[in-house]
Design a protein around this ligand. Structure first.
Ligand code: PDD
Length: 287
């Protein structure tokens, strides 16, 4: 089946989708995006993703080209036109096509692009043994709460992990944990789940919220507060979360085992709670 994307009002095959080279997304990285998982063709936490999209648009002073009702329609249309019960959707809005000038163009319609890709479940070995991560200084800007398409710092930081044979780079700023290059990071110490606060130094993850809600619902104590580098390095467990990776245990950090070097007991519980929670979404009536 052909991969169908959405571009500026039309659904069309990916190969036919074209954007002019003067698009400000191409020239300046001037735009924002969202990544939304869909399980059994049900978009996961769509309202929350659309809220975060609005926050990102507000952050770059770009008018939202669609109402929530229109976004729901577009998302439903994209899912229906693509293969696979589980998909992840990519939404991308730029400040449109204009003569190159840093200042905002006047009366230029934004470019709206959406695509869907297959969402594969985590490999059993990964769930069983966790992943390896490294740390690096967080050298990004001070508006990491905006899901900006200009991802060069994240790309470079993530490549450090790839070069080291690791799955993620955990970022440290001024002696504190911020997040991963493309994920949020949690720490477990003495049975308490620790998470950095949602501020301008990290992306407010949708999966992050789900994990904290599930912890509260199942009586796992949690504390949202700055996490010092020493706490990260002395952690019993470290987890990463994202829409495409769900919850994964980091079992080695910078070459040293985290806790026992295997996914810990709280991770095992949270992984199960997360799968159970997803299943309740999938059982809802068809969207
Ligand atoms: N990224 N922090 C960063 C920097 C991220 O890029 C992501 C996700 C997250 C996790 O957010 P959420 O739980 O809402 O997916 C945190 C997506 C998956 C991406 O860029 O592909």
């Amino acid at each position: 089946m052909v991969q169908i994307v959405y571009l500026n009002g039309a659904f069309l095959p990916l190969e036919e989708a074209r954007v002019p080279v003067l698009d400000r997304g191409f020239i300046f990285g001037d735009g924002v995006y969202e990544v939304i998982p869909a399980y059994s063709r049900h978009p996961f936490r769509l309202a929350e993703h659309l809220q975060r999209l609005q926050h990102s648009l507000d952050g770059i002073r770009l008018f939202n080209p669609h109402s929530d009702v229109e976004w729901h329609e577009l998302v439903r249309g994209l899912i229906a036109r693509n293969e696979g019960e589980d998909q992840y959707l990519y939404l991308h809005i730029t400040r449109g096509v204009a003569r190159r000038d840093h200042a905002f163009p006047q009366d230029t319609p934004p470019t709206v692009f959406m695509m869907s890709s297959p969402l594969a479940p985590a490999a059993p070995a990964l769930r069983e043994h966790g992943v390896v991560a490294i740390t690096a200084p967080d050298n990004r800007w001070l508006r990491c709460d905006i899901k900006a398409i200009s991802l060069l710092p994240n790309v470079l930081l993530r490549q450090l992990a790839v070069d080291a044979g690791a799955a993620e780079t955990v970022l440290l700023r001024d002696g504190f944990l911020s997040e991963g290059a493309a994920s949020n990071i949690f720490v477990v110490k003495d049975g308490v789940l620790l998470a950095p606060p949602k501020d301008h130094l990290m992306l407010p993850g949708i999966t992050y919220d789900v994990v904290l809600e599930l912890a509260a619902a199942h009586g796992i104590p949690s504390r949202v507060a700055p996490v010092a580098e020493s706490t990260l390095r002395g952690a019993d467990e470290i987890w990463l979360t994202s829409s495409t990776r769900e919850v994964q245990a980091i079992t080695r950090l910078d070459g040293s085992p985290v806790g026992t070097g295997e996914p810990g007991p709280l991770f095992r519980k949270m992984d199960q709670f997360y799968q159970d929670y997803k299943a309740t979404i999938m059982r809802q009536p068809s969207p």
